[in-house]
Design a protein around this ligand. Structure first.
Ligand code: FEO
Length: 172
């Protein structure tokens, strides 16, 4: 495997692992604050990110590279409020999109077209995740802290599905 591509893929492994931890921290925060729908959504999202990480690990190893399992960094312990949680989620997804785009650039520079093809799955996934985060944030801003609205929001989120292309961990 091209060493520059391998290194960029391993950096992406680290990003997906840290996304999983980040959303796990959000899930736990939501659960401990009685926001059970949000907690369920975030636990699922955390699992999705772990699936994204595993998919990369398998790809690297199957192509003759060596996947590196990253250390676990301390995730945030507190969040200001629900809006803050989703603002952070959107900002995080935008940074992941940047890193996927960088990976696409490296594949093209190195003429690694099979990895380029593999990475397209992540390009689509990022489009969906960013769109979902924006929609959820728009709803929260409309509610503007109203207690009844927050109750409905949390209940609705329990049924929201994430990661259309990912379809959760069942595809592993
Ligand atoms: Fe796998 Fe949400 O980035």
């Amino acid at each position: 495997m091209n060493p520059l591509v391998e290194s960029a893929l391993n950096e992406q492994v680290q990003k997906e692992a840290s996304s999983s931890q980040f959303y796990l921290a959000m899930a736990s925060w939501a659960e401990s604050n009685g926001l059970n729908g949000t907690a369920k959504f975030m636990y699922q999202h955390s699992d999705e990110e772990r699936f994204h990480m595993l998919k990369l690990i398998h790809f690297i190893n199957e192509r003759g590279g060596k996947a590196i399992i990253p250390p676990v960094a301390q995730a945030p312990k507190e969040f200001k409020n629900l809006e803050n949680v989703f603002e952070l989620l959107l900002a995080h997804e935008i940074s992941v999109t940047d890193s996927i785009n960088n990976l696409v650039d490296i594949c093209l520079q190195q003429k690694d077209y099979s990895t380029h093809n593999f990475v397209q799955w992540y390009v689509s996934e990022q489009l969906e995740e960013e769109a979902l985060a924006r929609t959820v944030l728009d709803k929260l801003r409309l509610i503007d802290g109203d207690k009844g609205g927050m109750y409905m929001f949390d209940r609705d989120l329990e049924n929201a599905s994430i990661g259309g292309a990912g379809q959760s961990t069942q595809q592993q």
